[in-house]
Design a protein around this ligand. Structure first.
Ligand code: RP5
Length: 220
């Protein structure tokens, strides 16, 4: 009987390899983000099925950074590294993680399987797939059986941003400073909309305006 796991890697080897990578990531995080919130104990775990999901999931990271919410990011695949997924989801609570954001595309089983191994809130971000524009991801994440919930967000960038905001709202119940930062974020957003009521007169950044004019001139 073969003892190989997903992709022919021995069970346990996935976890050992991931631990090595994670230690190296932690070291480099500490070096490059010393003093920033993500260098402190992470409260939010952002996981994604593939490094190809980063383009989408980066928006969750940027939003959490804006809010000053400590977080960590990892690639954890439900299909390619199932042992790592089980290990991550089973130990997240012990490690002090309080909310998990899981992004995946296509047959997006990562959020649901993660939710099945933890009682922490899991927020699912459907990544836009090439074949079905993310509808497959959305349905795979949203259509959970009763008993194991995944809070499912919108497909793509909006979903990633909102997952971060929802994670902050959840944490805000326990941490007043996160709730107040979220309140300021929302007020600033409202302020930006109210400050630009007429898009036809809204000031374009100079570079963009110049590029637009050149394009117009070359066309005529
Ligand atoms: C899913 O398969 C990932 O979440 C990703 O969205 C999708 C494609 O992965 P790659 O083939 O680009 O690695 O598991």
């Amino acid at each position: 009987m073969s003892r190989s796991g997903s992709d022919g890697v021995l069970p346990g080897t996935q976890i050992a390899m991931a631990k090595k990578i994670s230690k190296a990531q932690k070291r480099s995080n500490e070096q490059s983000h010393a003093g920033t919130p993500s260098a402190t104990r992470p409260l939010v775990g952002i996981i994604m099925g593939s490094s190809s999901d980063w383009e989408t999931m980066e928006h969750a990271v940027v939003t959490l950074k804006e809010l000053g919410v400590p977080h960590e990011t990892r690639v954890v695949s439900a299909h390619r590294t199932p042992d790592l997924l089980f290990e991550y989801a089973s130990n997240a609570e012990k490690r002090g993680i309080e909310v998990i954001i899981a992004g995946a595309g296509g047959a997006a089983h990562l959020p649901g399987m993660t939710a099945s191994k933890t009682v922490l809130p899991v927020l699912g971000v459907p990544v836009e797939s090439k074949a079905l524009k993310g509808l497959d991801s959305l349905l795979s994440i949203a259509q959970m059986p009763g008993g194991i919930p995944v809070g499912t967000l919108a497909i793509g960038k909006a979903g990633a941003i909102n997952a971060a905001l929802l994670a902050a709202a959840i944490l805000g119940v326990k941490y007043p400073h996160i709730r107040e930062t979220l309140r300021s974020y929302r007020e600033a957003q409202t302020g930006r909309v109210l400050a630009n009521p007429d898009p036809s007169t809204a000031a374009l950044p100079q570079k963009k305006r110049a590029a637009k004019l050149t394009k117009k001139r070359t066309r005529s």
